[in-house]
Ligand binder design. Structure first.
Ligand code: IVH
Length: 666
């Protein structure tokens, strides 16, 4: 590759990462890796000014939202640990410790290695003053407001705590919470987070703490930094942290020999499957602080501790073919079809390759031998290519240009990783996928109908879209292969009965991109009829709670397509519900008549939903974001700094929870 191509490639990669970081809040590389790439680009641009470009990621802060976290230099750098993968490595570590100390009179403390994000917390007089991410190890982002939303973390210490305290630990997300969030995303047609760590990292970097508060993060502390002779050993420090009310894992054990360490490791390698969160190994630390001092540090990590990483269960197998799947929203996903391989109790035949960038990053080719891992991930993942086994004749993979199903040319929006088939209403997979979504239990819940029936009806030319379902005749259904009288009648009855399904679910059933169940409910209560929703402008949509830029755009785009309007018209004629008939909450007063109110933060007397209801029953309207049209902001605890700043700039009165309650006379 020549210099110019390298520069272009770096710009493309960085733009993609910027998008993932700033817009999706879902980075796929660490800040450190990002900074390294950026440094490389800046150096190349400096050496080759002839290739300067004002649009280069080196010239601006990425994405739609600016990164607004303040950075803070760690008083002591946040180092990493050396990794070991085998008992032999660990024995060597133990021998080094023995040699340096000159005796065997030492103890280890074994702890779980939590698979999350490290964080440093500073407490002053028992109050959480600052929470800083690891960043590049020397300085990190100040994410105090976000960290304060973690329920397990008390912002006020208890007991006999020191005046000034620095503690470090790991923020993570429990697997069930992660799975729930991913399920919601799947329903809304959005791509999934790869693992709880990536999701937790995305959440921690969100700008609005009230949004963070809705996502369940957890924390364990495992390191006391400011040690003014308070305690002599690490194990004691852990119990002090507990006494001060900080969450500390109960799994830590003192071990007086390396054999005991092996026992701890083997026990947790088995038991980790029963934990509700991911651990990726065990951390082994010298217990005595004086001995730690004697052992000291290398340039990167302490000599008094080491991480033992559990073996990631990987397998090597041949990639036979790359095929492509079309989703109901038209998103194209490349799939690796593998020579079947047995891993952790199941046979793996396929793995997702996510998108074109991923194929490019791995430079994976048909015929390659690839490493497949299951790790904590739901979908098996390809982590690399065994280049020693590559047949020199293998061709670089060329990503498809047309839809594998309907041959329409694919599109890829700027900044998006995924390719899409734009033939939304003609591509068979998309059409059947959309109808299958429409009839789903959580949508129109059509009794007597399953995914296969949809496929059969489609293949026989009886349906081309969801509205066609309501024109189906009993005889037509009966004409299908293996369709008995009774089933045909059940199906027709089921379709008829679905016309009573409430408006919010009909909205969800339409399958508008990014409109999942929750968003559909919000839309149905903000816009009482489909006509109101169709007429809603982008700005009006943005005012609805939980509707951001991406969803608002997707909705306006959807309704700007004549074919969608026609389809809705037909569904209306078939008798479907396009009006919110839920009774309006009875009004209590007119105090807030015509006033637009934005709620932000966490409240102590009422929940956010209750506060919103109070706004409505007193005549006001809730909005999701602050604009010049906002009349009041009701601020709870942990309101995001960006929102606060915006409200101040626009001179909008900011009310505390009590002030708001007084205003409506509660
Ligand atoms: S002690 C000098 N204890 O693993 C570093 N780290 O590579 C002291 N981690 O950056 C870290 N569980 O994010 C320690 N029980 C534990 C841990 C732990 C997870 C992470 C941490 C650190 C990385 C070490």
């Amino acid at each position: 590759m020549d210099i110019r191509d390298t520069i272009e490639q770096l710009r493309k990669t960085l733009t993609e990462h910027n998008y993932q970081y700033y817009v999706l809040a879902r980075p796929s590389i660490s800040d450190y890796e990002f900074d390294k790439l950026l440094e490389e680009l800046i150096a190349l641009e400096k050496a080759h000014p002839e290739y300067a470009d004002p649009d280069s990621p080196s010239q601006k802060v990425g994405g739609a939202v600016n990164k607004q976290f303040e950075t803070f230099a760690h008083q002591y750098p946040m180092l990493s640990l050396g990794n070991t993968y085998s008992e032999d490595d660990l024995k060597e570590f133990d021998e080094r410790v023995y040699k340096q100390l000159g005796h065997r009179d030492y103890e280890y403390v074994c702890e779980l290695k939590f698979d999350g994000l490290s964080i440093s917390l500073l407490y002053e007089n028992g109050k959480l003053l600052r929470a800083v991410t690891r960043g590049d190890g020397v300085k990190g982002d100040v994410v105090t407001d976000n960290v304060k939303t973690i329920k397990a973390l008390k912002t006020q210490l208890k007991g006999d705590y020191p005046e000034y305290l620095e503690v470090r630990g790991e923020i993570f997300m429990h697997r069930p919470a992660f799975e729930k969030i991913n399920m919601d995303r799947e329903e809304a047609g959005e791509d999934l987070y790869a693992n709880p760590r990536n999701l937790a990292s995305g959440i921690l970097k969100q700008q609005d703490s009230a949004e963070v508060a809705k996502k369940p993060l957890d924390i364990f502390l495992y390191q006391l930094i400011e040690n003014k002779g308070l305690v002599k050993t690490h194990f004691e420090s852990l119990s002090s942290l507990k006494q001060w009310g900080l969450p500390v894992s109960d799994a830590s054990r003192k071990c007086s020999s390396i054999e005991e360490v092996f026992h701890f490791i083997n026990q947790w390698d088995e038991q980790r499957k029963q934990l509700s969160y991911d651990i990726d190994g065990v951390v082994i630390k010298i217990n005595d602080y004086n001995q730690r001092e004697e052992l000291g540090f290398t340039a990167k990590s302490p000599r008094w501790a080491i991480a033992y990483k559990f073996k990631t269960e990987a397998a090597l197998t041949r990639l036979n073919e790359i095929t492509y799947q079309v989703g109901r929203t038209g998103a194209i996903t490349p799939v690796a079809n593998l020579e079947p391989v047995f891993l952790l109790g199941t046979t793996i035949k396929r793995a997702s390759l996510h998108n074109a960038n991923e194929i490019e990053r791995l430079d994976v080719r048909e015929g390659d031998y690839v490493f497949v891992e299951k790790g904590g991930e739901i979908i098996p993942k390809i982590t690399g290519v065994d280049l020693t086994k590559r047949d020199p004749g293998l061709q670089m993979h060329v990503y498809i240009a047309a839809c594998p199903d309907c041959q329409t040319a694919l599109v890829r929006k700027p900044g998006e990783a995924q390719h899409y088939c734009p033939n939304e209403l003609g591509c068979p997979t998309q059409v059947t996928g959309k109808i299958q979504h429409f009839i789903h239990r959580k949508a129109m819940d059509i009794n007597g109908m399953g995914d296969e029936t949809v496929e059969m009806l489609y293949k026989n030319g009886l349906i081309r879209n969801m509205a066609d379902l309501y024109d189906l005749k009993y005889e037509e259904v009966l004409s299908l292969d293996r369709m008995a009288d009774k089933s045909a009648q059940n199906l027709i009855d089921g379709i008829k009965a679905s016309t009573a399904i409430p408006y919010a679910r009909v909205l969800f059933a339409l399958g508008i991109r990014y409109v999942g169940e929750t968003v559909a409910k919000k839309l149905a209560s903000a816009f009482k009829t489909i006509e109101q929703l169709m007429a809603a402008t982008y700005d009006e949509l943005l005012k609805v709670d939980e509707i951001g830029d991406r969803i608002a755009l997707s909705i306006t785009e959807y309704f700007s397509d004549e074919r969608h309007i026609e389809q809705i018209q037909r569904l209306k004629e078939a008798g479907l519900q396009f009006e919110n008939t839920e009774k309006e909450k009875e009004k209590v007063s007119d105090v807030l008549n015509g006033k637009i109110v934005v709620i932000s933060g966490v409240f102590s007397k009422f929940s956010r939903d209750e506060i919103k209801e109070l706004v409505e029953v007193n005549g006001g309207k809730n909005a999701g974001s602050i604009s010049s049209k906002t009349h009041y902001v009701v601020a709870g605890e942990n309101m995001g700094p960006a929102k606060l700043e915006k409200a101040r700039q626009l001179n909008i009165p900011i009310l505390s929870e009590d002030e708001f309650l007084a205003m409506i006379s509660i």
